[in-house]
Write a protein that binds this ligand. Structure first.
Ligand code: PEP
Ligand code: MN
Length: 258
């Protein structure tokens, strides 16, 4: 694609089989106790990274906005305790110093994928960036956002397909599994899939995780909560640790057949 100089497919990009990226955790961090419980269970089930929102970009200003810095500190503490690297979303460049200190991977959410000043700042840091697709990003727009980060000097980007907006309203978004082989065709960057936000329905998280792995994704990111009905954010799309255990077993088994 024209204008994309850094995210292009590298000729020397020899495909080696990497361990699946398996990110799990609550939509938002609620307390140290509940995060620790989730973290232990997902780690036992084979998660490779713990997720947890602290600064939440909520559609309504009346919804729970996250624990902020306190949440990031909890995430850092729990991640260290259970032995999992952690990822959380930054929504404002002024908080970056805390992210640099407290998280291993910095997430850019779908709402900020074209926040170019934030992307440039992230290009100047030394942490990997998990870059979600915007709900209405074309592939080219999404990759241009990755290009912004790389151009400033940070080559460590993980792309995350999380569904796009369409006329269909049965699901929260339409998960574009086709984005996975397209990204493999266009770039050398790892691509993971978020079936939680991609569907908005816990019942669809397992089948769409399998679809993601079958399509060649490098991993998935899913929301897990011990009592999904009581989750303070994204209750309908959260799965239980037990369901996550089954999901993890099945995608690992599937990936060995590919
Ligand atoms: C999230 O992963 O917590 C999130 C808010 O996702 P998205 O940006 O894809 O809506
Ligand atoms: Mn969520």
């Amino acid at each position: 694609m024209k204008d994309l100089k850094l995210v292009k497919k590298l000729d020397s990009d020899v495909k080696t089989k990497q361990e699946l990226i398996l990110i799990a955790g609550p939509c938002t961090i609620e307390s140290e106790e509940s995060l620790e419980l989730i973290a232990k269970e997902v780690k036992n089930a084979g998660a490779t990274m713990l997720r947890g929102g602290a600064f939440k970009p909520r559609t309504s200003p009346y919804d729970f906005q996250g624990l902020g810095l306190e949440g990031l500190k909890i995430l850092n503490k729990v991640g260290k305790k259970v032995g999992l690297p952690v990822v959380s979303e930054v929504v404002d460049a002024k908080d970056l110093e805390h992210f640099l200190e407290l998280v291993d991977v910095i997430q850019v959410g779908s709402r900020n994928v074209q926040n170019f000043s934030l992307l440039k700042e992230l290009g100047r840091v030394k942490k990997p960036v998990l870059l979600k697709r915007g709900a209405s990003s074309t592939y080219k727009e999404w990759l241009s956002s990755a290009e912004y980060i790389m151009l400033e000097g940070n080559p460590n980007i993980i792309l995350c397909e999380r569904g796009i907006r369409s006329f269909e309203d049965y699901t929260r978004n339409v998960l574009d599994i086709g984005a996975v082989p397209v990204m493999k065709e266009l770039t050398h960057l790892p691509i993971i899939v978020d079936p939680s936000h991609g569907t908005g329905k816990s019942s669809l998280v397992l089948p769409m995780s399998l679809a993601a792995i079958a399509s060649g994704a490098d991993g998935i990111m899913v929301e897990v909560h011990p009592c999904p009905d009581k989750a303070s954010c994204d209750a309908k799309q959260s799965i239980t640790p037990k369901e996550f255990t089954l999901l993890s077993e099945r995608i690992k088994r599937l990936s060995t057949c590919l």
